[in-house]
Design a protein. Structure first.
Length: 412
């Protein structure tokens, strides 16, 4: 296994300075304003130990991040979390981002999005709002988020339209709601969404803990894809529908984040700079912090952002593969989670010696024909502070975590 705590040949100062000139600036800044969230989604991508990283940047520090990122060249800005609206300075940040020339997007569960705040955000220059739903049914929406928020989200969707925002509706898909894809699309159409993002679950963070529960069958995915194709034909003009098949079901990985340190720059609530959403889960990778280092230095010179940039870091089979410029070896976090080494080929690739690990997971999902059967065997673990503290303690001291799982059918 590659030791990520030791800078490798790719990250030496000499190589960094020789490659810096060739590194393009970031295009997309994701400002994860907070890990606080009133929802408790079973598929949340926030780190399991988020309670260990909850000292949030101040408004002034976030304003500096925005200015530095814009000066670097970033043009798209997402405000996310957690739930960004638990902070009362989102309007201030949006106003400055707008003044700087960013295209801004608020990624929200809808909780806290009152008429007053919608008006203020509009006045501050917010361009776009992405509203998440968990399902088209109240029962599943509320179960998967472990909150009663379905009706609130419907009201927020209507308010978004009243205030003249374009709406992206987002719904994370998995084995529970894939059979409802037609109803989810109908709901998006009825609420007037211009875009619908049907995002198949990525198995990091809390979703990884609940993988046995959430992983769909190939048949479910194929049926959902066919439904999406039908709606695209009949309603494609009204609502653009995005649907990406999860890569566990493919034989080649996706080009993750369009390349490590290529276009994406995330900043976590505590100021840690992230080359990808899930980078905090890679052990030994020291994440630079915006409180200690200018963003320019982080982007061009930090070990974390150079570690998997380009192609030099690759091991076999990627190193000599003629497809490496196409997929860049896939996802580093997936490689770590499924092979134990972030520098391995993404095991979704059937050239990887670890591909069987992925095949096994898909096979297991196929054998669980009844979601409820799986649920009884291993109930869902919800994302909440108590579970996070236990998991963080368990990571520090194996054996400290208790079992806090719940079965579908009863809201916790
Ligand atoms: S996925 Fe759910 S719990 Fe996680 S940040 Fe989003 S709304 Fe909150
Ligand atoms: S071996 Fe590596 S570079 Fe080649 S297709 Fe597989 S993941 Fe991509």
């Amino acid at each position: 296994m590659t030791d990520l705590s030791q800078p490798g040949s790719q990250s030496g100062a000499q190589l960094q300075s020789s490659t810096a000139a060739a590194v393009p600036p970031p295009l997309w800044l994701l400002a994860e304003l907070t890990y606080r969230c009133p929802l408790h989604c079973a598929f949340c991508y926030n780190p399991l130990d988020y309670t260990d990283h909850n000292r949030e940047l101040t408004t002034g520090q976030w304003l500096d991040v925005l200015r530095e990122a814009r000066a670097l060249g970033a043009v798209q800005l997402g405000f996310s979390g957690g739930e960004p609206l638990v902070r009362d300075d989102v309007e201030v940040l949006v106003e400055e981002a707008h003044r700087l020339g960013f295209y801004t997007n608020l990624i929200t569960s809808g909780v806290g999005l009152t008429d007053q705040r919608l008006g203020d955000l509009k006045a501050a220059g917010l361009d776009h709002i992405q509203l998440s739903f968990q399902d088209s049914t109240q029962q599943l929406n509320d179960f998967l988020s472990s909150t009663r928020t379905f009706e609130l989200k419907q009201r927020v969707a209507a308010a978004l339209k009243r205030h003249g925002f374009p709406m992206v509706m987002n719904c994370v898909l998995h084995r529970y709601n894939l059979p409802h894809v037609d109803k989810i699309i109908e709901m998006a159409l009825a609420l007037g969404a211009e875009y619908l993002e049907l995002a198949n679950t990525q198995y990091y963070g809390w979703a990884r803990e609940n993988q046995a529960q959430l992983m769909p069958t190939r048949e479910q995915l194929e049926e959902a894809e066919a439904v999406v194709a039908r709606y695209r034909q009949t309603h494609g003009e009204r609502c653009k529908i995005f649907f990406v098949v999860p890569d566990y079901f493919e034989r080649r990985p996706k080009r993750c984040m369009n390349g490590w340190g290529a276009v994406f720059l995330g900043v976590a609530p505590d100021g840690a700079a992230l080359p990808c959403h899930a980078a905090r889960g890679l052990p030994g990778l020291t994440l630079p912090n915006v409180k200690d280092m200018p963003l320019r230095e982080i982007w061009y010179e930090s070990d974390a952002f150079n570690r998997f940039r380009g192609l030099q870091w690759m091991k076999e089979p990627c190193r000599s593969c003629d497809e490496k410029e196409h997929d860049l070896g896939g996802c580093r976090c997936q490689a770590f989670l499924l092979t134990g080494d972030a520098a391995n080929a993404d095991p979704v690739c059937d050239k990887s010696p670890f591909h069987e690990n992925v095949v096994k997971i898909v096979r297991q999902a196929a054998s669980q024909t009844e979601a409820t059967v799986a649920a009884r065997e291993q109930p869902i673990l919800f994302r909440n502070d108590a579970n996070s503290r236990k998991l963080a303690a368990a990571a520090r001291e194996p054996g400290a975590a208790g079992d806090n799982r719940a079965s579908p059918g009863g809201q916790s």
